[in-house]
Design a protein around this ligand. Structure first.
Ligand SMILES: [Zn+2]
Length: 507
C-alpha cells in the first residue's frame, strides 16, 4: 500500500487590512486536524479534498491521508503560530509514514509515495511573503527530490519561482467564478497516479507577467478569446494542463502578477514556448481587461429604468469592491443608503454588522427599532452608518450550503444573523463575514430573489455562478470597499511600481 499525504491550507491574503489572521479566524470557517474530521467535513461537497478522495480511495494499491484542513475567510497575513502549526502537522505526518514504512521493512526514503495538496496560492504569513512557496520548500526538503508533489491552487495564486521550483506539478483552477475546484482536483489526482505509475512525465513551465490583473470574470468579453484558447490547449494530446492565473493584487507582494502555466508530458521546451506565447498574447491585450463601474445612484437609476422598460426581475446590483471574499469589511453602506432613500423593493445580501444583529435580537420578531446600519469601519470613506427605523422579520443561526456551481454543497456561516425590513428593503444582517455569492444565502431566510425587482449582493464575481441564470440584468456598483476590483485603487508597498497599470492604462 502506497501512502499519499494530503492537506488543505488556504488563505487569500489582503495586506491592506490591519492585524493578522489567527487560529480563531480559521475556526470560523475550517480548522480541522486528523483524517476522520476532514473526511467527515466534506461529505456532499464538490471541492478539492473530496475530489482527491474520490480518485484515490477506490484504488487498491494506494491510500490517501488528509492530515489537516485550515481555510479562513480572506484576511490579513496568517499568524506565525498558525503557519508553524500547519508546517509541523505536515512534517509529523511525513515522519509517521516513514516510521511505518521502516517497521514494515520497506525503504523509508520512498515514503510517502507522493503529496497531493490543496493550497490557495495568495497566502502571506508573518515572516513569509510567499507562504506557500516557503511551505513547499520545507516539505520538499522533508520528502526529498524524487517524491511527486502535486498542488492545486486557486485562480488567484501569486505564481512564483519558488512555488514552481518546489513542486512537481501545479494545478490552478481555470474559471472565475471558481466552479471547477472539483474537476480540477480530479485532474490533478488522476495525473498524480499516472505519474506514480510511470504513464506520464510532467514537464512544467511558467511565465510571470508584469501585470496586476483586475478582478475579472473569465467569461468577460475581453477575456473570452483567451478562455477559449486555454480550453483548446487543454484538449491537445501531450498537454497535461494550461492555465492563466490572475494573481491577487491586494496581497501586495513582489511576485503577484498574472502568469501562464503549461505542463506537457515530458517536453519542457514545448511547455515553455506555449507558456511564453500565451503570456505575450494576453499582455498585448492588457488594456482591454479594465472596466468602468456605476455609482450607487446611477446603478439604482439604471435598475429602475430597466424594470420600467420590461427587463425581468431581478436586476442584480453587485457591490464588487466590498466583497468579503477579497477581504473587504462587508459593512460599506453606500448602496444600502440609496436603496433605503429611494425605498426600492429589494433584498440586500448581506451586511456585516454584529451590533445591529444584537439590536435585532433585543428588539424581537415583528417589533421595530432604530438601527445604525454598517459603516462602522472607515466611516470617513463610507459616510458612516445609515440611520433607519427597521422591523425585525426573522432570526437564523446563519448556516447554509451553497446550491449553485460555486462551492457547491460547502457550508457557509453568517454566524448569528437576522433579517430586517426598512420600508421595501429587506436586509440580511450577519456577524461573520462570508461572501454571500449564492442565492442560498437568501433562501436561508425564505426569500426568493427570483421574484424581487432588485437584489444587492456583496460579491465581485462568484455571485455570477448563482445569479446569471435568473438575473434580468447585472450591474456592477462602485462603492469604497477594501477589496477593489481595480488594482489602481490601492497604494502598494511591495508590488513593483513597474507593474501594469500602476503608471496608467497607456503604459
Ligand atoms: Zn480566487
Amino acid at each position: 500500500m502506497k501512502t499519499i499525504l494530503s492537506c488543505e491550507f488556504k488563505l487569500e491574503c489582503n495586506r491592506f487590512l490591519g492585524e493578522r489572521t489567527t487560529r480563531s479566524d480559521f475556526e470560523k470557517r475550517i480548522c480541522l486536524f486528523g483524517e476522520e474530521a476532514v473526511r467527515k467535513h466534506y461529505i456532499g461537497a464538490k471541492v478539492e479534498i473530496p475530489s482527491f478522495l474520490d480518485v484515490i480511495d477506490p484504488l487498491p494499491d494506494y491510500e490517501i491521508r488528509p492530515l489537516f484542513d485550515l481555510n479562513a475567510q480572506p484576511g490579513p497575513p496568517v499568524a506565525k503560530e498558525v503557519y508553524d502549526l500547519a508546517v509541523e502537522t505536515m512534517l509529523s505526518g511525513i515522519r509517521e509514514v516513514k516510521e511505518q514504512a521502516e517497521k514494515r521493512g520497506e525503504d523509508p526514503g520512498a515514503a510517502p509515495a507522493a503529496l497531493l495538496l490543496a493550497l490557495h496560492g495568495a497566502m502571506v504569513a508573518e515572516g513569509h511573503e510567499d507562504a506557500e512557496g516557503d511551505f513547499l520548500e520545507t516539505v520538499r526538503a522533508a520528502v526529498g527530490p524524487d517524491c511527486p508533489i502535486f498542488v492545486t491552487f486557486d485562480l488567484h495564486v501569486n505564481m512564483t519561482k519558488k512555488k514552481a521550483a518546489n513542486a512537481t506539478a501545479l494545478f490552478p483552477i481555470e474559471f472565475y467564478p471558481h466552479t471547477d475546484f472539483y474537476e480540477n482536483g480530479l485532474k490533478a489526482a488522476h495525473l498524480l497516479i499516472d505519474t506514480l505509475e510511470g504513464r506520464v512525465h510532467p514537464a512544467m513551465a511558467i511565465r510571470e507577467l508584469p501585470l496586476l490583473f483586475p478582478t475579472l470574470p473569465t467569461g468577460h468579453e475581453s477575456f473570452l478569446p483567451f478562455r477559449e484558447k486555454i480550453s483548446r490547449l487543454n484538449e491537445v494530446p501531450g498537454i497535461l494542463t494550461a492555465r492563466f492565473t490572475h494573481g491577487f493584487f491586494a496581497a501586495d507582494v513582489k511576485e503577484g502578477g498574472g502568469a501562464t502555466l503549461v505542463i506537457t508530458d515530458g517536453d519542457l521546451p514545448k511547455a515553455q514556448v506555449l507558456a511564453d506565447e500565451l503570456a505575450e498574447e494576453i499582455y498585448e491585450k492588457r488594456r482591454s481587461f479594465f472596466r468602468e463601474t456605476l455609482s450607487p445612484e446611477d446603478a439604482v437609476r439604471e435598475a429602475k429604468r430597466l424594470l420600467e422598460s420590461g427587463t425581468h426581475c431581478p436586476i442584480v446590483l453587485a457591490e464588487v469592491n466590498d466583497n468579503p471574499g477579497s477581504g473587504s469589511t462587508m459593512d460599506v453602506p453606500s448602496l444600502l443608503r440609496v436603496l433605503i432613500q429611494e425605498n426600492v423593493p429589494s433584498m440586500f445580501s448581506a451586511l456585516y454588522d454584529p451590533e445591529s444583529v444584537e439590536k435585532a435580537y433585543e428588539t424581537g420578531i415583528d417589533a421595530e427599532a432604530e438601527f445604525e446600519l454598517g459603516g462602522k469601519f472607515r466611516p470617513e470613506l463610507t459616510g458612516g452608518p445609515v440611520h433607519a427605523r427597521g422591523k425585525v422579520l426573522a432570526f437564523s443561526d446563519g448556516e447554509y450550503r451553497n446550491e449553485g456551481p460555486f462551492l457547491h454543497g460547502v457550508i457557509h456561516r453568517f454566524g448569528k444573523a437576522a433579517l430586517i425590513a426598512v420600508g421595501n428593503v429587506q436586509i440580511i444582517l450577519c456577524s461573520i463575514r462570508v461572501q454571500p455569492a449564492d442565492r442560498a444565502a437568501l433562501h436561508l431566510f425564505g426569500l426568493r430573489p427570483e421574484t424581487c425587482p432588485v437584489v444587492a449582493v456583496k460579491s465581485a464575481v462568484h455571485y455570477r455562478a448563482s445569479y446569471e441564470p435568473v438575473a434580468g440584468k447585472i450591474l456592477e456598483v462602485e462603492t469604497p470597499g477594501l477589496g477593489p476590483i481595480d488594482p489602481r485603487a490601492l497604494t502598494y508597498k511591495n508590488a513593483p511600481k513597474t507593474m501594469y497599470p500602476l503608471q496608467g492604462l497607456d503604459q
